[in-house]
Design a protein around this ligand. Structure first.
Ligand SMILES: O=C(O)CCC(=O)C(=O)O
Ligand SMILES: [Mn+2]
Length: 187
């Protein structure tokens, strides 16, 4: 899987996304699939091309195999977002809600250093729980958990030897577009 992700990053280099207010995020990211997640002054959205203008590479088979094994979903993912965390990177609490079909799960794969994953509620605030995600861990955010707030407080440098220069890769597979079965609300 790592070799396939390296191919993705060769074709679609990691970039530093900016929040809609212009603040650089601490993770570097890229995507595979027909749509990739991007963020800049234009807002959070899925786009058919990398910021450099090239189409995103295909989602690797090893990654799709995990989706098939754990998702029990009728649809296949259209995006595999690739996040790279170096020592100081984190990701604030957020919901994944730029997709049109919340009946489909988000499936996350962790590779490399351990990360402290925080899970909250369906709205901001309230009690949260934290878990260490280790290399090889897979998290399915589906059903009632599809829209829970989540984030990464920090990574623990030096806890994995998978990546020669350390750090953490997180892959999240997402179904982005509305279902064409007509069983979800229009829009
Ligand atoms: O790095 C992680 O485990 C979570 C990533 C995430 O929540 C996201 O990319 O939306
Ligand atoms: Mn997320």
């Amino acid at each position: 899987m790592l070799a396939e992700i390296r191919e993705v990053v060769r074709a679609a280099p990691l970039f530093v996304p900016r929040t809609p207010r212009g603040k650089p995020m601490s993770v570097r990211m890229t995507s595979a699939g027909s749509l990739g997640w991007v963020s800049d002054r234009g807002g959070y959205r899925y786009a058919p091309r990398h910021p450099d203008g090239l189409p995103w590479p295909a989602i690797p088979n090893s990654v799709l195999d995990i989706w098939r094994q754990v998702s029990a979903a009728a649809r296949m993912p259209e995006c595999c977002l690739v996040n790279f965390y170096d020592q100081g990177a984190r990701m604030g609490l957020h919901q994944d809600r730029d997709e049109a079909d919340f009946t489909q799960p988000v499936v996350s794969i962790s590779l490399g250093d351990d990360a402290l994953f925080r899970v909250g509620n369906h709205s901001r605030g309230g009690k949260t729980r934290s878990f260490w995600l280790r290399s090889g861990d897979v998290v399915v955010m589906g059903g009632d958990a599809r829209l829970t707030y989540h984030g990464i407080d920090r990574i623990a440098p030096g806890t994995s030897t998978l990546l020669p220069r350390g750090g953490r890769i997180n892959l999240t597979m997402r179904v982005v577009s509305a279902s064409d079965l007509g069983d979800t609300p229009a829009g």
